[in-house]
Design a protein around this ligand. Sequence first.
Ligand SMILES: [Fe+2]
Length: 394
Amino acid sequence: MQQQLIIKIVFIATLVIAVFAFWALMTYLWKPKKRWPSWVAYLILIAAWFGAIRYYFLNQVELFGTPHYMWFNLFRTESYAFISAIFLSVPVCIVLAILYALVNRISNKVPEADRTGRRAFFRTVGTVVPLAALGGTSYAAFTGQRDIIVTHESFGYTNLPEGLKNYKIVQLSDIHVGACIDLNDLDEILRLALLEKPNRVVITGDLIDKMSWLPETCERLRTFAKQIPDGVDYILGNHEFHHDVHRIVKDIKAKTPINVLINSNIQIMGGKQPVYIAGVSYDNERKKENRETMITKALSGIPKHAFVIFLAHHPEFFSEAIERNVPLTLSGHTHGGQIVLFGIPITPTGVPYVKGRYTEKNSVCYVNNGAGHWFPIRVNCPREITVITFFDGK
Ligand SMILES: [Fe+2]
């Protein structure tokens, strides 16, 4: 909790600095005759904007279903774009200013001519960069909200149990029912999952952020789970621990037929080579020894010759899965990095496993982009539902 508070404080402080830096840049470039009226107008505008977005976040559940909810949603998405544009344009303007100063120093311009040229240059930069940034972030936010893809992944194993041949598992991860993903979006995610006619569904953490939507989420999941022949398994992600994890687990267990795997496992097929699904909870504790403890507990009681499908919200657990020869790990958490340029996720995630399939030794890990998110900016990394099938790799 303390860590969350620190992140919140750092975010707000950075945002305040970015907002003021942006305004300082504007007043430097456009030099209003009197500074204070424009300062006041700017502060009122920013306060009104943040007041409105806060109103949306606090009252989203009540606003949902009303005729003007759609407009609030557009305003919400644009607000994310606006904040991102501020964060993006300030450093870009600073870098361009440094480059301009360096070029000027090298070319040894006359100071007077330099001053006029400098103002013209920065006026252009200070106008074009924020506008281009806002255009780009708005596009990324609206497409990030709208687009969702269904990817089909086949996994081949030489030791595949007979029962897993052509067996279909749908992975849903990081739905984040809340500010960005409302109940309509959840309905759409579940509808797309059902269209695939899976044998089984796994939900790999970060299911819900808005606790007041927990009853409706459970109701929808109950109807959904009843239509999945072999059932639904669910593990906890860090966002469950940010909210009321005990209530989430209690309600999912009491109101839905979903299996909740908390550092535990479940046998899903018997025979000569039984199949197990094991799951760990990611409670923000990333130390190697904690991960070791959790995976050991999750795999306990599983016979050596069994085939294990391992669910871990954080893909860092893949290291422990490799050490234990676990054939398949399904993860999420990173949201695929959300911003992917030239095929490379550029958002720092602190893990080597960010998006898609990774193979090491006898183990494979698949990291899902997330069927939802809490921040809608996405570039070349749409929301994702993964359909997993197995084949005999002999
Ligand atoms: Fe997430």
